[in-house]
Design a protein around this ligand. Structure first.
Ligand SMILES: NC(=O)c1ccc[n+]([C@@H]2O[C@H](COP(=O)([O-])OP(=O)(O)OC[C@H]3O[C@@H](n4cnc5c(N)ncnc54)[C@H](OP(=O)(O)O)[C@@H]3O)[C@@H](O)[C@H]2O)c1
Length: 222
């Protein structure tokens, strides 16, 4: 356990809140990032070529291939896993949602992150401390029309992480980041289905800048 930096493993670094977290953590000398992502942007390509961070590609639509965490976490005593990647789709009444859309939503939001985490937890060695920051949502405890899969996946994850915290020495925090100016919020606001009263609500809420949200999360939890 000689490395004096903390290792931050974060899912979904290419855009939105994940990208804002990535950029700010990159500027900190006390952290090294390992990203688990569907793709990386041009800036990240340059940083990777300079060995400034590391990553692997996983599309959460599919059962993730095991990640060689044994090597990745070797030498770090403090590890932080940020469970960020998520989809809000499908946003529609359950009666019209297709079978494959149900599977895809659960694969991205629950199955893949838990399989990756299971892989990580099994690789932990004596003396390595893991903290999990689960990016949740107010929707975990609020029923919203057309968001059954999103709300229930957030609730599922929150309860799962509470149990994990309870049964082990893994520290977990589920946080509601607020309403942030990202692609997910654009999708929410552009939804045109009648009877979705919340579209007007979200349009009336002032959007938070992802960089401000990322800073608060880092200051409080990292
Ligand atoms: N925006 C809000 O108002 C708001 C409010 C409450 C909570 N949150 C939570 O904040 C977190 C970040 O959301 P965001 O607002 O930044 O949304 P976003 O802009 O839509 O970003 C979603 C992230 O999830 C990744 N992702 C989506 N599908 C994936 C897949 N099949 N495989 C792997 N990665 C996938 C995306 O990667 P790609 O770039 O490769 O697609 C992206 O990095 C989420 O957990 C969300 O639920 C957001």
């Amino acid at each position: 356990m000689s490395k004096n930096k903390k290792l931050v493993i974060i899912t979904g670094i290419n855009r939105g809140l994940g990208k804002a977290l990535f950029n700010q953590i990159m500027n900190r000398e006390d952290f090294f990032i390992f990203g688990i992502t569907r793709k990386i942007n041009n800036n990240q390509k340059i940083l990777f070529e300079k060995n400034s961070f590391d990553y692997c590609i996983r599309d959460f639509l599919y059962e993730p291939e095991p990640i060689a965490f044994d090597n990745i976490i070797k030498g770090y005593s403090e590890l932080i896993f940020i469970n960020n990647a998520f989809t809000i789709e499908p946003m529609d009444f359950f009666r019209v949602i297709k079978r494959n859309e149900i599977k895809e939503s659960i694969s991205i939001n629950i199955l893949s992150p838990l399989m990756i985490l299971n892989n990580l937890v099994k690789s932990l060695n004596e003396g390595q401390h893991l903290k999990i920051i689960n990016i949740s949502s107010g929707a975990s405890s609020r029923a919203i029309k057309g968001w059954g899969l999103y709300c229930s996946s957030k609730s599922f994850n929150e309860m799962f992480f509470k149990c994990l915290d309870f049964e082990s020495n893994i520290e977990t925090h589920s946080i509601d980041p607020g309403v942030i100016d990202t692609k997910m919020q654009k999708k929410i606001r552009s939804n045109s289905i009648k009877d979705f009263d919340w579209v007007d609500y979200f349009k009336s809420v002032e959007l938070l800048n992802p960089n401000d949200v990322a800073k608060k999360i880092i200051d409080k939890y990292l």
